[in-house]
Ligand binder design. Sequence first.
Ligand code: COA
Length: 192
Amino acid sequence: MAVNASGGTGSGTRPYVREAGPGEPGLLDALCRLLLDSVAGGASVGFLSSLTVEEAARFWSETLHALGERARLWVASVDDEIVGTVQVARCAKPNGRHRGDLQKLLVLRGHRGHGIATALMDAAERGAAESGLTLLVLDTIRGCDAERLYRRLGWQRAGEIPDYAGTPDGVLHPTVYYYKNLGTQPVKPTGD
Ligand SMILES: CC(C)(COP(=O)(O)OP(=O)(O)OC[C@H]1O[C@@H](n2cnc3c(N)ncnc32)[C@H](O)[C@@H]1OP(=O)(O)O)[C@@H](O)C(=O)NCCC(=O)NCCS
C-alpha cells in the first residue's frame, strides 16, 4: 500500500511510501546506504561507527530474508531514490502474536525534517493494524530526534533503562520504551 506524506521535500517532491519485499533490484544497496548514513550521523541503531558496508549488507540480507508473515518493511522514495525505511516484526511467541516491534526507522540525513519518517510511521502503523496487530512497541535513546517524533505521533512512554545501548561512539545512554495501542485506533483511509 502506498501513501504520500502531507509534507514535501525541499525540491517540492512528495515522498512515496510503499511496502518492499526481498529481491527488489537496488533495495539492498539503498538500505545499506540508509544504515551507514544514520550510523555516520551518530544514531543509535544497533551498530558502532566501525560498521562496514559488508556488515551492513549482511544485516539487511538477513532482514530481507526474514520478511513475510512475521516481518514487514516499508520504504520512502523521493524522485525514485529510497530515502527512508521502517520495519514491523510480529512477536513469534504464541502468547504475543498480537504485538510487534517497530524497528529501524531511518531517513537519510539530507532528507530529514520533511515528514518522511512521519509518513513511514503512518504506513507501518496502518500495515500493522491491517495484519491484525493491536500493540506496537519500540525503544529509542532518550532525548533523540526520534523520541520527539514518537510522542508527536501518539506513542506512550512506558519507562526507561539506564545505560542500555550505545551511540556509534560506544557511549552508553538511557533507552526509553514506547508503545502504541492500535486496537483503539481507527484505521484511517489512505486516500489512494
Ligand atoms: C528520527 C528520524 C527517523 C526522523 O526522520 P524525519 O524524516 O526527519 O522525520 P519527520 O520529518 O517526519 O519529522 C521530523 C520533524 O520535521 C517536522 N516536519 C514534518 N513534516 C514536515 C514538513 N513537511 N516540512 C517541514 N518539517 C516537517 C516534524 O514536525 C518533525 O518535528 P519534530 O522533530 O518536532 O517532531 C531521523 O532523524 C533519523 O533517521 N534519525 C537517525 C535514525 C534514528 O535515530 N532512528 C530512530 C531509531 S529509534
